[in-house]
Design a protein around this ligand. Structure first.
Ligand SMILES: C[S@@+](CC[C@H](N)C(=O)[O-])C[C@H]1O[C@@H](n2cnc3c(N)ncnc32)[C@H](O)[C@@H]1O
Length: 520
C-alpha cells in the first residue's frame, strides 16, 4: 500500500478535496466539537494530534473558548497550510506547535490535557502502528478529560457494501465524475487502513479510559468520544446494552492479546473451557433456585463470559465470531416461530412444541440430504443428550423411550429392576473390576431415574437438596470442632452429625431439640 503523500501532491490538494473524500467530514468535525463543548466547557488545555491543514481548528477554538491548543503534526507541508489558516482566523495567541509526533511514553510536557482530539489520523497508519498511537493518545488525557477521535472504520464481520453505496451516491451528488468515484471506492483498504473499533476500545480500556461512545457514523467513518475518569471514580458504565456487549468483547479480546494479555486466558482452548461452561450453567440454575436476582445477574454474566470467550477463540482463527453466533440464533428463533414471525397459527404451547419439532426434523432432513435413518428416535436422542449432564440425559432418554412404548407395565417392575441392578453393582464392586462396577453404578442410577419419572420427581432437584442438607449439617459439625476435623474419632463425628440433624429439625419446627431427637 502506498502511504498518503502529505508532503507532496496529496497534501497540496488536501484542502480542496478532503470534504469530498470523507463522507460527512464537516458533520464529524461539528458534532465532535459540540460534544466537547457540552462535556468540557471549562477546558484549559487541548491537544490536537495530526492536525493536518487545521480544518478542525475553527470549530474547536469556538467550542472550547478558554483552552490553549497544542498542535502535533509530522508533515512540514501540512504544518505550513495550518499556519496559514491560523493566521487567517487570527488564532496565533491560542495555539502553539508541539513536537511533530507524540512522545512514545508519558504525557507531552509532563502533564495531561483536558481535551485530546485526533481526527482522521488512525486510518492513515497500518494496524501495527495504530496500537502505540492509541496508547499515546490515551496517555495524554488527564483525569476528568476527554478524547475525541474519528477514523475510517470497518468493524469485523459488518457488511460495508450498503455504506459504500451511500458514499458513492453522495460523491456523485456532489459532482464527482464516475471514474473519480470508482477511484475513491477502490482506495478503500488500499490507500487507507481501517481502525478496528474493538482495537480502539481495548486499548482505551487497557489505558484506564472509559469505553468509547460512538457519536456518529457517516458511511464507513466513525466518531467516538471517551474520557479518563476523575481520580477515585469508576469509569462510566456503558450507556446501552449494545455498548456493554461491545465492551465485554473488547475486555475479552484484550485478555487474549498475546501482547500484554492474561497468561491464563491465552492458554485456554474450547476444550479446556468445558468444565467452566458446565459449572457456570449449574451456578445459574442454583441462583434461580435461590430466587436471588443480584446473584442470578452475576452468574448469568459468568455464563455470558463463556460465550464471548469461545467466540473470541473462534474468531482468532477466522472460524466464527460473536456476530455469527448471535445472528445464527436469531435466524433460528425466527424460523422456528412461524406463528410469531410468518403469520402461521399456533393455539397453545403444545401446538408450538409440535411445530418446533416438525421444523427441526425438516431442517435435519434438509441437512442430511433426505436420507432416511433406520433408527431415527435413537439418532435424535443421541444428538440431544450429547450436550446434557448425564442425569438429565437419562431422564430425556427414559421419557422418550417410554413415550415410544418402551415401558414397564407397573411400578413394581421398576422396583424389581432397582433391586436387580443393586445386586449386580454389589457383585461388581466385590469382584474388584472397576470398569464393570462403574457400568453397574450407571445402570442403577439410570433405573433410579426411571423411578423418579414414574413418581413424577426431579432427580436433579432431589440430589441438589441432599447436597445442600449434607453441607448444612457438615458445616455445623465443623463449627462444633472449631473448623478442624483432624484426629477426631468416627464416633465423635457421628454424634455431632446427629446433634446437627436434631438442631436443624428443631429450627425448622420451632421446638428446642429434645433428648430423643438428639439421639435420632
Ligand atoms: C487525513 S489527515 C487529517 C488531518 C486533519 N486532522 C483533518 O481531519 O482534516 C492525517 C494527518 O495525520 C498526520 N499524521 C500521520 N501520521 C501521524 C502520526 N503518527 N502522528 C500524528 N499525526 C500523523 C498526517 O501528516 C496528516 O496531516
Amino acid at each position: 500500500m502506498t502511504p498518503l503523500d502529505f508532503e507532496g501532491d496529496y497534501g497540496r490538494a488536501y484542502n480542496g478535496r478532503i470534504r469530498l473524500m470523507i463522507p460527512g467530514y464537516d458533520a464529524i468535525q461539528e458534532i465532535g466539537a459540540a460534544a466537547l463543548a457540552a462535556r468540557l466547557p471549562q477546558a484549559r488545555r487541548a491537544l490536537v494530534v495530526g492536525v493536518g491543514s487545521g480544518l478542525e481548528l475553527p470549530g474547536l477554538l469556538e467550542a472550547l473558548p478558554q483552552a490553549q491548543f497544542t498542535l502535533v503534526e509530522p508533515s512540514t507541508q501540512m504544518r505550513q497550510l495550518c499556519d496559514g489558516l491560523i493566521a487567517d482566523i487570527g488564532a496565533n495567541g491560542r495555539v502553539q506547535w508541539g513536537p511533530p509526533q507524540l512522545p512514545t511514553a508519558g504525557p507531552l510536557g509532563g502533564s495531561g490535557f483536558d481535551a485530546v482530539i485526533c481526527h482522521n489520523v488512525l486510518h492513515v497508519l497500518e494496524p501495527a502502528a495504530q496500537r502505540p498511537l492509541l496508547d499515546q493518545l490515551g496517555t495524554q488525557v488527564s483525569p476528568g478529560g476527554a478524547l475525541l477521535l474519528s477514523s475510517y472504520s470497518e468493524p469485523e464481520g459488518e457488511p460495508m457494501e450498503p455504506w459504500l453505496q451511500l458514499a458513492a451516491a453522495r460523491f456523485r451528488a456532489l459532482g464527482m465524475d464516475g471514474p473519480a468515484v470508482e477511484a475513491v471506492m477502490a482506495s478503500r483498504n488500499t490507500a487507507v487502513f481501517s481502525l478496528d473499533p474493538l482495537l480502539l476500545e481495548r486499548r482505551l480500556l487497557a489505558g484506564g479510559l472509559e469505553a468509547p461512545t460512538q457519536l456518529m457514523q457517516a458511511a464507513c467513518f466513525r466518531l467516538w468520544i471517551s474520557g479518563r475518569p476523575t481520580e477515585g471514580q469508576a469509569p462510566a458504565a456503558p450507556a446501552s446494552a449494545a455498548a456493554a456487549i461491545t465492551q465485554l468483547r473488547a475486555v475479552v479480546a484484550q485478555l487474549r492479546d498475546p501482547q500484554g494479555g492474561c497468561p491464563w486466558d491465552l492458554e485456554q482452548t474450547h476444550a479446556s473451557l468445558v468444565p467452566y461452561v458446565l459449572e457456570e450453567a449449574h451456578e445459574v440454575a442454583d441462583a434461580i433456585h435461590h430466587g436471588d436476582d443480584r446473584h442470578l445477574a452475576e452468574e448469568l454474566g459468568d455464563l455470558l463470559l463463556q460465550v464471548v470467550l469461545h467466540a473470541q477463540i473462534g474468531s482468532e482463527t477466522g472460524r466464527f465470531n460473536l456476530g455469527q453466533i448471535a445472528a445464527g440464533i436469531s435466524a433460528k428463533l425466527i424460523r422456528r416461530h412461524p406463528h410469531v414471525f410468518a403469520g402461521a397459527e399456533a393455539a397453545d404451547s403444545a401446538a408450538v412444541k409440535a411445530s418446533w419439532e416438525a421444523i427441526k426434523a425438516q431442517e435435519r432432513a434438509e441437512r442430511e440430504g433426505g436420507a432416511a435413518s433406520s433408527s431415527p428416535l435413537s439418532d435424535r436422542l443421541a444428538g440431544k443428550v450429547r450436550g446434557q449432564p448425564a442425569l438429565a440425559g437419562a431422564m430425556t432418554i427414559s421419557k422418550k423411550a417410554a413415550a415410544a412404548g418402551f415401558e414397564w407395565d407397573a411400578m413394581a417392575g421398576v422396583w424389581e429392576k432397582v433391586h436387580e441392578e443393586l445386586d449386580e453393582l454389589k457383585q461388581a464392586v466385590a469382584s474388584g473390576d472397576r470398569a464393570h462396577a462403574e457400568a453397574e453404578l450407571g445402570d442403577l442410577l439410570f433405573t433410579l431415574v426411571n423411578v423418579a419419572r414414574w413418581c413424577d420427581l426431579d432427580p436433579e432437584t432431589g440430589l441438589a437438596g441432599t447436597n445442600r442438607r449434607f453441607l448444612d449439617r457438615f458445616s455445623r459439625v465443623e463449627a462444633a470442632l472449631g473448623g478442624d476435623l483432624q484426629g477426631r474419632s468416627i464416633a465423635e463425628l457421628e454424634g455431632l452429625w446427629r446433634q446437627a440433624k436434631a438442631q436443624i429439625r428443631a429450627e425448622v419446627s420451632g421446638q428446642p431439640p429434645g433428648p430423643q431427637s438428639s439421639a435420632g
